[in-house]
Design a protein around this ligand. Structure first.
Ligand code: DGL
Length: 264
């Protein structure tokens, strides 16, 4: 098979990475996309670095065996903790969501500006965002928002409880940040609520969109873009395919069709 016709592999701890998948699907309609959601072991955000690295390596090996041309780690927690390990063993380029998110945030604020990073506890503790941003000459504050993930998984993005939780985490930063990074793949689904709490002064940086743009750039630079029109999408999860399928439709309007199960 010519290299440009090979699929792109994408993985996340569960369904959050579908925010990246959706952006990719829109940007690259000709590509064959294989999405893996580790629904048996989600969430990663509360697990140890060792566990996240080991899960990520297993999934990367599974996707690489499908002869993918690019691997996208569509999970901030796995990108923070496991990207280096995966790059060491991957024969194809590996993109995470942190670097594109950092670049987009730095482009959105003046030098010396203030950026608020939101994410899971594991992502915040890894300091992956804050180190990369500080090197770009901005002031960084981090805020873990662990309750956002279960709110999204429950489909409660526009219920009053979502705004209550967002206020609890973020109200103290209102008007004080030039940009806020949605440093978790679930958070774009709460973008409106988060923007409402932060106020109009704060730009909201969506790392899912930034990652999809980076993937297109990477493929174009290597001459690997698939010029076709109707690339197939395949979905694989490690547990509960029906729930995954139902949530993909309810939260993101994605019709998955049949979802395959792969257990490790
Ligand atoms: N996908 C994860 C992330 O982007 C959030 C969900 C989890 O904790 O596994 O960090």
């Amino acid at each position: 098979m010519p290299d440009r016709k090979r699929p792109i592999g994408i993985f996340d701890s569960g369904l959050g990475g579908l925010t990246v998948f959706k952006e990719l699907r829109g940007l690259l309609p000709g590509e064959r996309l294989i999405y893996f959601g580790d629904t048996a072991r989600v969430p990663y955000g509360t697990k140890s670095a060792e566990a996240v690295v080991s899960f990520s390596r297993e999934i990367a090996a599974y996707l690489l065996a499908k002869r993918i041309k690019l691997l996208i780690v569509a999970c901030n927690t796995a990108s923070s903790l496991a990207l280096g390990e995966i790059r060491k063993v991957s024969p194809v380029p590996v993109l995470g969501v942190i670097e594109p998110g950092v670049r987009a945030a730095l482009a959105a604020v003046p030098r010396g500006g203030r950026i608020l990073v939101t994410g899971t506890t594991a992502t915040v503790n890894s300091r992956a965002y804050s180190r990369a941003l500080a090197a770009g000459g901005v002031k960084v504050t981090q805020q873990p928002c662990p309750l956002f993930v279960p709110l999204v998984e429950e489909g409660w993005c526009s219920k009053p409880v979502a705004a209550t939780v967002a206020r609890e985490y973020l109200a103290r930063y209102r008007g004080k940040a030039d940009a806020l990074i949605l440093g978790c793949t679930h958070y774009p689904l709460l973008k409106k609520v988060i923007a409402g709490v932060m106020g109009p002064r704060t730009k909201i940086v969506d790392s899912a969109r930034a990652a999809a743009l980076a993937a297109r750039e990477e493929l174009a630079a290597r001459g690997l873009l698939n010029p076709g029109r109707a690339g197939r999408s395949e979905f694989v999860v490690s547990d509960a395919p029906e729930r995954f399928s139902a949530l993909a439709l309810r939260l993101l309007g994605i019709r998955t069709g049949r979802v395959t199960v792969k257990r490790f």
